[in-house]
Design a protein around this ligand. Structure first.
Ligand code: FAD
Ligand code: MLT
Ligand code: ZN
Length: 478
């Protein structure tokens, strides 16, 4: 067996699923949680972008850590490969099987275990949906330290396993900081309990970091302890129009110094990126047409203080001619509409046809230059749009190229060019989406050979048979 879209990828020498295996799974889980019906499995075999497709014949839905442990222990003994799956919103093909891996879905592991309202530490199972956690917390004056467009579907276990970034990272930092503890099940079924709820705990190696961002290749995350900040009392969003990318950078610099501790998001999108949301999703552009737009959010504890700061920041920018038009929202419904313009871009782009999706970290002074460069390299008649948006405050560009359908000629021009460009600038070929299945051949652009060797050794130690999410993260040969 070889993968259809990725012909170079060979199926590993894992066992084939048999009746005996299915019967055994039914002795671990109630039979309605052992899914073998082709129609019920279909959605688990294809990723959110509809670009990576596997052929699993079984989806298992455990509810407890003990069930995950029993499943993995058996799969390891039987040499059955598995694919851990959360909300299946991943953008690099990591969450779907490549061949016939057993899908282990965490969607029924959705219990909140505890919340310490004083410290803000939430402990929950991996399958809790991010937005549900945020709603639960907001009723108690707290919030999740991360937010992303997929919040209604993605799960905290998936977020941790991808080390998801998103639109609040600039304020609350990466999950490596806010995740205090993790419980995970190793390939052989052993449960690793590092579910500490302590903010400070320097007792030896910080094992939780092995699971944060390892995309299901070292273990299945079953529980998470996460530090949650208080919800803000005042939120404002400014949607701004700018003429040049230099003005975007000037605005970011001013936002950092002028808004300081209340800055909670600093996002940019170019004209064609915003157009993907407005035209393709039929949304209203809130200001006139500009080459660049920024969405700047403030969150604080004193509305009057925040408004004063925001007003003086915006007046300064207007006065110096850096921004020409803008609008500010403080009512939740308008704030939501403005965020929809930014968060809707991902879905809007899919309406163009095929999306070549890149998620790169770059130094600010070279952040946008790849877009005009690609416009000169790619024949205009072949592409729908070449656009850029992303978390400019975190140095993370989402470069997207759309075509009516998958076009190998476009791929040849774009890859490995984008990765070489990024590597020359000492950037990262995956800022926040991970390596998954789609980027394994490009990991070396951002990781040294010695780092890759150590990663391979860790993988061998923790999953000697390689049953956990094979074909993902690590390149087949390096
Ligand atoms: P899945 O997609 O199911 O899985 C992702 C990876 O984690 C896979 O490799 C899977 O095997 C593994 N995995 C899942 N659960 C577990 C577990 N419990 N234990 C071990 N491994 C597991 N990402 C960002 O970083 N920032 C963004 O701003 C952002 N915005 C997005 C917007 C949209 C509209 C969409 C569709 C996606 C976006 N993403 C973003 C990508 C995606 O939502 C994140 O990667 C998210 O964290 C994935 O969570 P999930 O539950 O859907 O995981
Ligand atoms: C975003 O910031 O919108 C997400 O990372 C998704 C994407 O890159 O399209
Ligand atoms: Zn993003």
């Amino acid at each position: 067996l070889t993968s259809v879209r990725y012909p170079g990828v060979q199926r590993g020498s894992y066992s084939q699923l048999s009746d005996k295996h299915v019967q055994h799974f039914k002795s671990i889980l109630p039979k309605e949680r052992v899914i073998t019906d082709e129609d019920d499995i279909a959605a688990h075999n294809v990723d959110w972008l509809g670009m990576v497709r596997g052929a699993s014949q079984i989806v298992l839905k455990p509810k407890t850590t003990e069930e995950v442990s029993a499943i993995l222990k058996y799969c390891n003994a039987e040499n059955l490969a598995v694919c851990p799956q959360g909300g299946n919103t991943g953008l690099v093909g990591g969450s779907v099987p490549v061949f016939d891996e057993v899908v282990i879905s965490t969607s029924l592991m959705n219990n909140i275990i505890s919340l310490d309202e004083l410290s803000g530490v939430l402990v929950c199972q991996a399958g809790c949906i991010l937005e549900n956690l945020d709603s639960y917390l907001s009723e108690r004056g707290l919030m999740m330290p991360l937010d992303l467009g997929a919040k209604g579907t993605c799960q905290i276990g998936g977020n941790v396993s991808t080390n998801a970034g998103g639109i609040r990272l600039i304020r609350y930092g990466s999950l490596q900081g806010s995740v205090l503890g993790i419980e995970a099940v190793m390939a052989d079924g052993e449960v690793i309990d590092c579910l500490s709820s302590l903010k400070k705990d320097n007792t030896g190696y910080h094992l939780k970091h092995l699971f944060i961002g390892s995309e299901g290749t070292l273990g299945i995350v079953t529980k998470v302890a996460i530090q949650c900040p208080p919800s803000p009392k005042a939120v404002n969003v400014a949607f701004l129009g700018l003429d040049t990318f230099d003005d975007v950078l000037r605005t970011f610099k001013e936002a950092r110094s002028g808004l300081g501790e209340i800055l909670s998001s600093c996002e940019m999108m170019d004209m064609l990126a915003l157009d993907a949301a407005t035209t393709n999703l039929n949304l209203q552009r809130p200001i006139g047409e500009f080459p660049f737009y920024m969405l700047i959010e403030t969150s604080g504890s004193n509305g009057t203080h925040d408004e004063e700061k925001l007003t003086s920041f915006l007046e300064g920018l207007m006065g110096s001619g850096i921004i020409h038009d803008g609008t500010v929202a403080s009512e939740p419904s308008r704030i939501k509409l403005m965020w929809k313009l930014r968060e809707g871009i991902t879905e809007g782009l899919l309406h163009d046809g095929y999306v070549f999706k890149y998620d790169i970290s770059l130094p600010h002074n070279s952040f946008y230059a790849i877009i005009p460069e690609l416009k000169t390299r790619l024949p205009a008649e072949k592409v729908g749009r070449i656009c850029g948006y992303g978390h400019v405050g975190d140095g993370n560009l989402h470069l997207n190229i759309t075509t009516p359908k998958f076009d190998p000629a476009v791929l040849k021009i774009v890859e490995p060019f984008v990765f070489e460009w990024t590597s020359k600038l000492k950037g990262s070929v995956s800022a926040e989406h991970g390596i998954g299945f789609k980027k394994t051949q490009y990991i070396h652009f951002s990781k040294s050979q010695s780092s890759l060797n150590l990663m391979k050794d860790i993988k061998k130690l923790m999953d000697p048979k390689g049953i956990l999410n094979p074909y993902k993260v690590l390149p087949a040969q390096h």
